[in-house]
Design a protein around this ligand. Sequence first.
Ligand SMILES: [Fe+2]
Length: 395
Amino acid sequence: MAIELAPLPLPTSTDPSKFSNFGREVKGLHPGKLTPEQLKEVQEALYKHDALLFRNVIVTPEEQYAFTKSFELQSESYGHGNNKTESTKTSILHPYLKTIPRVPQVQLIGNGTVYNHEGFAEVKLKHASHTSFHKTHVPIEDEFKATRFYRWHIDAALYDLNPPKVTTLYGLKVPMGDPQTCRYDDGTGDELKVSLGTTAFISGQTMFELLPKEYKSLAVRAKVRYAPHPYVWMAPARAMSTGLGIESEGLELPLEELPPWEEDKVKLYPVLWKNPVTGNLHFQVHPCGAKELIIDPLPEDADQEDVLYPDGAHITDLKEVRDILYKMQRPAIAPQLVYPHDWQENDFILFHNRGVLHTVVGALRPDQIRVFHQCNLAASDEPTGPTAEDVKKYA
Ligand SMILES: [Fe+2]
């Protein structure tokens, strides 16, 4: 019997025409108790809809790991490496992820002090706040009324390990409190009303489809080279007010000051990643970690009119790299294109990590307790870029 899927409840801020295919609730099923047939349908639905929600389910860390692993049985290590977030103290991810001792592929994230939880007698969690990462902050008097997108990203180490295919997020305890206004503070006046402690998603497919022809041509020919140990490299730098990349102030850690790294573990990825089920192209760039852009020349028979970098280019100037990416990515985080999930307790979300960008949002007081489990696994293969046919179509 086919699984039952229902559209996700969209907030009034979203443009429903851009979400007709995005997100589904899987009705009446538990992610840890699926038959092989149901599992197959769920997996296919994920790649078609990019995010799936199971509501009101009790899921153990073992079940969460097993379900996440079912998308690729060969994968075993957490997306950033098991227990790696603990050992890499200088990484900007370190303060926010606590590894569950019994199932090291599952991380405890959230806010406030939590007692007797999955092997932790007492653990202090901290919701990531833009004030620790952005160059500018919302005024102190608005601290708990206004917020920002913390950091738009793909869940991926972007060095050595391959980007996970899926991430699962399980909300065990959702903080109570008034909605907040997420400000862009980039001169556009854009803002978005969000529930407290939301997770915001945007579609990488929409990001590509929105682009004018000349930027589609650039995207289909471009690859991003990421910094070695990107989360250590970017640690001293400060992010833009939209959370969509880093301000270019020369604050990144010099390469010679990074932990030891090897050239062949540095990641070079196409800007566009091909969806394995639909064949659609998703604009998948983690803007904070991007260091260089490598652009192929136009194919010989391509139309040369209004084309950027027709002869190809290797752009190493960090500001130029970021400016180009920002121009292409910013349109897709417009308020009407963002899905901010309104978490209920025991919501279990599965998202296509190679098809969406997402971010933490919100400013929580220490007594606003948020307890989530997160799991993703470094994949056994690299994302696939555009085919020769795609290049022909869009270049
Ligand atoms: Fe994430």
